[in-house]
Write a protein that binds this ligand. Structure first.
Ligand code: MRU
Length: 357
């Protein structure tokens, strides 16, 4: 059912001393909930992609810090905050590319500091409220992004997407895939082509699973089939999420995204990046300044295969993200509207509060 997908509770508080998540590494074969209580379990959950997707890891870090704050025993605010910051910096170091993680950890520091004059229990309450506010704001932003994204699509369109930027990666609806769920809700017909998204198969394991469960018509393809379906005229638009967007509009997203954008340009298909303003890094000038996470060779050689598919000594290069050049992007769809080139000016007009006067 549509609502089972769009309103899934992927991150929630447990008994007050834990955060409960859906283990995304187990989907689609098993739905397993993990109850996390220690900093190491929380760090690993992000690093191992048990929780993943730029907005989701930001929300998860905020929930985790709220829970960890309950366990900090300190004589005063300064001692409490020193420990709190240590925990936040540790979680923040789990993945480098998605700016949401760093931004939400910083937002939790600011929330603690804003309540420093209160009792430590008052600070802890403020931190819990802040974590919930971060999630509630993401729900609202995803819905708006989905509306703006859908405004670029026509009934009957085929849309190609890469990686997973749906409800599991955010709060409800999603970003890059939010318009597809909204279309279903509004009775509009779209057909979604999902790249499987090597090496970790977020497209196959998560996106095609979510779309299929929601009753959105979809076809799973291997990444190297995108060119063919575009050439066959099956794709009228491409929509993807993002992990960090630079001021010039360069956008980091799952490895393989920039290849899709290059193909789309060749075939004259508009390529949209969808994401909340929490994913725009207003301090980052261009995509060259974005750190790209590199992951283990084993994810390429053997993960998800019954037997290894390469010799153990074969050298591998496993970047988790790439940066799509702003010139390939038809629009960056945010919660306040669609930004168009030149992106810096468009961001400044749409989000003036992030630009110094
Ligand atoms: O490595 P992942 O699975 O966390 O990568 C996720 C993506 O690239 C998503 O497209 C992005 O975070 C946007 S999620 C709304």
């Amino acid at each position: 059912m549509l609502q089972d997908v769009t309103h899934v509770e992927n991150i929630r508080f447990g008994d007050g001393n834990s955060v409960v998540i859906i283990d995304q590494t187990k989907l689609p074969n098993e739905t397993v909930y993990l109850t996390l209580t220690t900093p190491k379990e929380m760090y690993d959950a992000i690093y191992l992609l048990q929780v993943r997707g730029a907005p989701a890891i930001g929300i998860f870090a905020a929930y985790s810090l709220s829970v960890l704050a309950n366990g900090i025993d300190a004589p005063d605010f300064d001692a409490f905050f020193a420990k709190f910051r240590e925990l936040g910096d540790y979680l923040d170091s789990s993945r480098p590319t998605a700016v949401n993680l760093h931004r939400m950890v910083t937002r939790m520091y600011d929330a603690a500091l804003a309540h420093r004059a209160e009792s430590l229990d008052g600070v802890r309450k403020a931190l819990r409220d802040e974590a919930v506010a971060i999630r509630d704001e993401d729900i609202d932003m995803c819905r708006r992004i989905s509306e703006y994204g859908l405004s670029q699509l026509q009934d009957g369109d085929g849309v190609l997407t890469h990686c997973n930027a749906g409800p599991l990666a955010t709060s409800r609806y999603g970003t890059g895939q939010g318009p597809f769920y909204l279309a279903k809700e509004k009775g509009m017909n779209l057909h979604v082509y999902c790249d499987e998204t090597r090496p970790l198969l977020q497209g196959a394991r998560l996106t095609s699973y979510e779309l299929q469960k929601a009753g959105v018509p979809c076809t799973l393809i291997c990444d190297n089939m995108a060119s063919l379906v575009m050439k066959q005229g099956k794709v009228q638009a491409c929509m993807v999420g993002c992990d960090r967007v630079a001021l010039n509009g360069d956008a980091a997203n799952k490895i393989g995204t920039s290849g899709v954008a290059i193909l789309a340009k060749y075939y004259g298909i508009p390529f949209y990046v969808l994401g909340p303003s929490t994913t725009i890094d207003f301090a980052c000038e261009t995509g060259d300044d974005i750190e790209i996470e590199e992951r283990k060779p084993s994810e390429i050689r053997e993960m998800f295969y019954e037997k290894p598919m390469a010799l153990p000594e074969v050298e591998c290069f496993n970047p988790a993200f790439d940066v799509t050049d702003h010139e390939l992007i038809a629009g960056i769809v945010t919660e306040r509207g669609i930004c168009r080139a030149p992106y810096r000016e468009s961001f400044e007009a749409m989000f003036p509060e992030h630009f110094a006067k």
